[in-house]
Design a protein around this ligand. Structure first.
Ligand code: ZN
Length: 153
């Protein structure tokens, strides 16, 4: 288990997203809007052998602390991910992400006729109706939604 930690270097300050389900790392980056444009060092490791989940992805973002609304997004994409906040090389906070019962304004409803896609500026609200299968239901048009086919705002 320890050896996987050596693949990417230790960081002084920032966020380490660990135990991302293998193959979901790039999706996590997209969801969090991490593109490196702010100049911070970002290290990504994909398909790291992991005793627990076979393969995992790891993302290290230096000088950035992940906020709670970002954590919610991770819960949808990779519920087993852990958030580690590092300050001065020390782990000061370790969070598990948990799937909320309700998801607000992260995804766009896939129904083009939904009021959240009109010009009314109503932001989407979706109920999580199946946490394992990641099935959502739009609160406005009641369409059943598959997370993997949804677009982010
Ligand atoms: Zn809808």
């Amino acid at each position: 288990m320890q050896e996987s930690n050596l693949i990417v270097r230790r960081i002084k300050d920032g966020t380490v997203i660990d135990h991302i389900e293998g193959g979901k790392g790039l999706r996590v980056l997209e969801a969090l809007g991490i593109d490196g444009k702010d100049g911070n060092v970002i290290t990504i490791a994909l398909n790291v052998p992991s005793g627990k989940f076979n393969k995992k992805d790891i993302i290290k973002v230096e000088n950035k602390y992940l906020a709670d609304h970002d954590t919610n997004k991770l819960a949808i994409i990779s519920p087993k991910a852990t958030i580690n906040i590092i300050k001065d090389y020390k782990l000061v906070e370790k969070r598990r992400v948990s799937l909320p019962n309700k998801i607000e304004k992260i995804f766009r409803c896939s129904n083009p006729d939904c009021i959240t896609n009109s010009n009314e500026y109503i932001e989407s609200i979706m109920d999580v109706i199946d946490k394992n299968g990641l099935v959502l239901k739009c609160k406005y048009c009641t369409r059943i939604l598959d997370v993997n086919q949804l677009k982010y705002y």
